[in-house]
Design a protein around this ligand. Structure first.
Ligand code: DGJ
Length: 744
């Protein structure tokens, strides 16, 4: 369906009583003009006319023109569509400035409403201008004809005589009517990313924030789901999702005050980031992506996934290769023979790509551990006598592609680079830099154009010299420490957090303009960069440094609230697991890894022939289901966070001719009762034949090769045996199943 934006000019009288209620937030126009921003299944309706404020009327399922008109008569108080600080300062605001003359009031009125095309997308822009100062703020709303997501952001243009300081500059604001409203957000830590937290929204302010400077999804995540119909359910109920697409520090506030609304604000974290705009300069915020679904959390996730694949993620519609990454297999112990063996092994299992992780570079200081050499991006020929070309030849010989690890934003004080360029790292002038990973790691000052050039040139040199490099693992293992820039002026030190990311964007734009086809993974001490802000340049991210299959069920579940499997690096690793020391069966590890972008993170030479054969078979099977896993629609069925003993979800092809059902036990007690899972997303009238993948049981499941209607599978479901029917010595407590469903 085509996106439509109606600017209806019907004059609407606002009842005096309603205006009174609304006065606390924004002066209401006496007569208003409706602005309808629509996607195929959703509507956002605003109200405003030239010379007046802009009001929010509605966000939810698509409205007809008559229903839009009826919004005037619901008795609801109008709310500001984007509250500016000044006239009603007792409330939270989305934007606050200090004007060039010191005035702190923003008295903003609509100056213009326009719509423009950008490819298939349509952008509605409401231009607002301060009544007392030549300061303009453009509120933008972008929609696509094929995605139920509205992107919103602002652009502030300083037409004043001197500097304007932005003190608060949110990307977007959304009032959400109170009721039985619940918030789902993600929280965690390194190796424990993306735990789902679910809570009812109550009075007061919920703040979700990041202040790391460089990585923004280890602890909190810049995305939330808001369930409007009570405790969140996966496949029922109305849900609003919000995702701030930004690479740096953010803050999401949900303020529940004495009014009828929860108020969601999202944007760059303004703390210690006051931003000065000179006369004539402008500032564009990152995008806040909003979605709405009446199909529960999973429905909102499907909207984000589709929008992400179609419009945000770099090469989001392409299938990803199956890879072996060297990190957990050899850590820093890189050498030519070891790499060659790993390449041969992954090729032998049917893999398509080998990625050499950390440890391959360094001259004066060899990179044997994490305390040296970042910045010295020359091949260590003591470890790799035939250089990268030798490895590329080896990969070619094995019929696979080759990838390489880099960490371009960093250096170590023990490096030739730092010895030459101590002025290029982040630190306040006169202070010694704080030291991070390995006791020596420091962050380059990306606000400095010289650093931007160095970083681009480093990647450019690597990819020009070795055009056969197919994949880059781009790591970032330090936060911004002692705040300060040796490049920024003394008045603009508070620009550091923002200008770092402006610099990052410039470098990435240049890299992508020249190298659109190289796959680039965003890794940042594991899952530190799982945010849509990164994904326009990155094809995927590393979900976590924790590869334990059981904990991955949880972490990948949480991550999937906002991100599709195609971007989730998900690897089979060794047992005991290197992070949790848990022993899970190879089947379980495969079955979990198969629900994301499948890879391996293991030393194959330590695997038995039987294990190699099992992985070879699984990789072949994954190739069959890869289009559904990586491009299908996700239906989460049973959450591990509900602690029912198992977790389950499925991926369904858009034409509903094929699906993959996953079921993983999350705890084991003898004789326990586990729920039978009704499937979702299938065509009720189609007949689906069931085939178990990665089968290890001596006997097939009773439904192997049998056909069931979609209706039956969704209403009734299939029983999952609690254990695997295997020889005694192979028994294990973590049962799992992957079922392929194919319409006959
Ligand atoms: C942190 C990453 O998350 C790991 O996967 C690995 O690449 C190491 N860095 C290498 O130093």
């Amino acid at each position: 369906m085509k996106t439509q934006i109606n600017l209806s000019s019907k004059k609407t009288a606002i009842a005096a009583s309603l205006a009174l209620c609304a006065l606390a937030y924004a002066p209401e126009p006496a007569y208003a003009e409706k602005i309808h921003v629509s996607t195929p299944a959703t509507s956002l309706v605003l109200d405003g006319e030239k010379g007046s404020g802009l009001s929010f009327l509605y966000y939810g399922s698509a409205l007809s023109p008559a229903e839009i008109e009826a919004l005037d008569n619901t008795g609801a108080a109008q709310r500001s569509a984007y509250p500016f600080y000044g006239n009603f300062p007792e409330h939270e605001s989305a934007m606050a400035v200090t004007h060039s003359d010191g005035d702190m009031i923003m008295d903003m009125a609509v100056e213009d409403i326009s719509r423009t095309k950008s490819g298939d997308a349509e952008i509605t822009t409401v231009t607002m201008r301060d009544k007392f100062h030549p300061l303009t703020v453009k509120l933008n709303y972008k929609t696509y004809p094929d995605a139920d997501v509205i992107e919103t952001w602002t652009e502030t243009i300083n037409g004043e005589k001197g500097n304007v300081t932005l003190r608060q500059y949110n990307s977007g604001y959304l009032p959400i009517r109170r009721g039985d409203v619940w918030l789902s957000s993600l929280y965690g830590s390194w190796a424990n990313e993306a735990n789902v937290e679910t809570e009812p929204l109550t009075h007061g302010m919920k703040v979700i924030k990041n202040k790391d400077g460089g990585r923004n999804s280890h602890t909190a995540h810049g995305e939330v789901m808001v369930s409007l119909d009570g405790k969140p359910r996966e496949n029922e109920g109305r849900v609003i999702g919000a995702a701030l697409a930004y690479t740096g520090n953010y803050k999401l506030r949900i303020d529940t005050d004495e009014s009828d609304y929860h108020q969601l604000f999202a944007g760059i974290n303004e703390e210690n980031s006051a931003y000065n705009l000179k006369k004539g300069e402008s500032f564009t915020t990152p995008v806040l992506a909003l979605t709405y679904s009446d199909e529960g959390l999973s429905g909102a996730s499907r909207n984000f996934h589709k929008w992400g694949r179609e419009h945000v993620i770099h090469n989001g519609k392409e299938l990803r290769k199956i890879l072996l990454n060297s990190w957990e297999g050899v850590y820093f112990d890189i050498n030519e023979e070891g790499m060659a063996n790993m390449m041969k092994d992954i090729a032998g299992m049917g893999g398509e790509l080998f990625v050499m992780d950390d440890g391959w570079f360094g001259g004066k200081y060899p990179r044997n551990n994490d305390s040296t050499s970042l910045g010295d991006w020359t091949v260590d020929t003591r470890k790799l006598p035939n250089g990268i070309n030798g490895l590329l030849d080896e990969a070619e010989k094995n019929g696979i592609k080759f990838g390489i690890w880099i960490e371009p934003e960093m250096t170590n004080t023990k490096s030739e680079f730092y010895e030459k360029h101590p002025e290029l790292v982040i630190t306040s002038p006169g202070h010694e830099p704080m030291l991070g990973r390995g006791g020596t790691q420091v962050v380059l000052d990306l606000s400095n154009p010289k650093v931007q050039d160095i970083m681009f040139n480093m990647v450019d040199t690597l990819l020009t010299k070795y055009p056969r490099i197919d994949y880059i693992k781009w790591d970032a293992n330090a936060p911004i420490m002692n705040h300060g820039s040796q490049y920024l002026t003394k008045d603009n030190q508070s620009h550091l957090y923002v200008d770092y990311h402006k610099g990052f964007a410039k470098v990435m734009d240049r890299i992508r303009a020249k190298y659109p086809d190289v796959t680039i993974q965003a890794c940042a001490s594991g899952g530190g960069r799982a945010n849509y802000g990164f994904l326009p340049w990155f094809d995927e991210f590393w979900v976590s440094d924790n590869t334990d299959a059981l904990q991955r069920v949880y972490m990948q579940w949480g991550t999937s609230y906002f991100f599709p499997p195609v971007v989730m690096g998900s690897h089979i690793s060794a047992v005991p697991n290197h992070q949790t020391f848990r022993k899970t069966s190879l089947k379980y590890r495969i079955d979990v890894a198969m629900s994301g972008r499948l890879g391996m993170e293991i030393q194959p030479k330590n695997m038995t022939e039987e294990e190699i054969a099992q992985c070879r078979k699984a990789i072949a099977e994954y190739k069959e289901i890869r289009p559904v896993v990586q491009q299908g629609d996700m239906y989460r069925l049973l959450s591990p966070f509900d602690k029912k003993g198992a977790a389950s979800m499925m991926m369904v092809a858009p034409d509903k001719n094929e699906a993959v059902f996953y079921w993983w036990k999350t705890e084991t007690f003898h004789g326990q009762q586990l729920p039978r899972i009704g499937m979702a997303g299938l065509d009720p009238d189609k007949n689906y034949v069931v085939t178990e993948l990665d089968r290890i049981d001596n006997e097939p499941l009773p439904y192997e090769g049998k056909a069931f209607t979609g209706k039956f599978l969704m209403e009734h479901g299939l029983e999952m045996p609690l254990d695997h029917n295997v020889d005694y010595h192979k028994r294990n407590d973590y049962a799992s199943r992957v079922l392929r469903l194919q319409a006959k």
